[in-house]
Design a protein around this ligand. Structure first.
Ligand code: GLU
Length: 309
């Protein structure tokens, strides 16, 4: 079997810890399966462990039935996490569910508060869009710092922003894409840690979790590449001396390069399973569409490492 990527994974024994971190805001689809193929494949090929983390920070959109479904789907795919198992999650024996960790997020935010690195923010998305008609990157809205000097009483809103120093570039070496440079202040401005509804944001919760769960390698899709510089910055602000390493994998593409349809019928794991696709076929398809093999062929969960060796 041809390995698609000759990855240099720079961890000496006893290895490294990575994670599979879906948000239970819907049912898993082929994009999640592709991420899982990369996560388990790289971990098993290079002596790493995989933690399962349920990223249910957005209390408005997450539902317990989606969490149950994702645990069932992982079991069906034969992907076994190290540490807390899917059974452990079902029994509530874990702190790897974000909604169980609000006290830890609060403690980390208080640390930054006491160093004068945060402020309350009352801006809505509409306010921000109005204040920044043109952004550096059309896919995201840069926060222009409106509330920085306003000294809003923190009792007025739960929303908090973290200062991103101006003119400071973060450099990192993506294990697949090579050297990268990002300037978080230029990209997104001061980072939202908690929103106006009191939800912890993805950016804040993920950095705290990656620190506290000892994650050394983050393996995820290229759609999150732009978030990496700010996450490295925040990890350093929170006292992490060496931030995790990052590997961003390709997003799903048809073999002819076209984007994949997002309709559940074509990509939902439950739908594929109901249509008679086997576990190994689904893993093989996810590997193929994320650039790991040329042709569709079934791959068993315990052979995923072969894609990388
Ligand atoms: N929860 C995120 C997602 O489902 C993954 C975050 C990450 O890997 O950093 O897209």
């Amino acid at each position: 079997m041809r390995a698609a990527y000759a990855l240099a994974v720079p961890f000496a024994p006893p290895g490294f810890t990575t994670r599979f971190a879906p948000a239970p805001t819907g049912y898993l689809h082929l994009g999640h399966a592709a991420n899982a193929v990369w996560v388990w494949g790289v971990a098993r090929a290079f002596g790493g462990s995989v933690l399962l983390r349920v990223e249910d920070h957005d209390r408005g959109r997450c539902r317990p039935e989606y969490e149950q479904a994702l645990l069932d789907d992982l079991d069906w795919l034969g992907l076994v996490p190290d540490g807390v198992s899917t059974t452990g999650f079902r029994a509530g024996e874990t702190r790897q569910r974000q909604s169980d960790n609000t006290a830890r997020y609060q403690a980390r935010l208080s640390e930054l508060d006491s160093r004068g690195l945060t402020y309350a923010c009352s801006c809505s998305r509409v306010d921000i869009a109005r204040a920044t008609p043109s952004t550096t990157d059309a896919s995201e809205l840069r926060y222009p710092g409106t509330c920085r000097a306003r000294k809003i009483n923190p009792n007025v809103t739960p929303a908090r922003r973290i200062l991103m120093a101006a003119g400071l570039t973060e450099h990192f070496d993506d294990l697949r894409l090579g050297p990268m440079s990002q300037d978080p202040d230029h990209q997104c401005g001061d980072l939202l840690a908690r929103d106006r509804s009191g939800n912890w944001t993805y950016q804040f919760a993920v950095v705290v979790d990656d620190i506290e769960q000892g994650i050394d390698l983050v393996i995820r899709g290229e759609d999150l590449l732009a978030s990496t510089g700010r996450q490295i910055r925040l990890a350093r602000m929170l006292g992490r001396r060496s931030p995790p390493r990052f590997l961003h994998h390709p997003l799903l593409r048809q073999p002819d390069g076209r984007k994949l349809s997002k309709s559940a019928r074509d990509t939902g794991l439950r739908e594929l399973r109901a249509a008679g696709r086997t576990r190994d076929e689904v893993l093989g398809l996810a590997g193929q569409l994320s650039g790991l093999c040329d042709a569709p062929r079934p791959i068993a969960p315990d052979s995923l490492a072969d894609l990388f060796r």
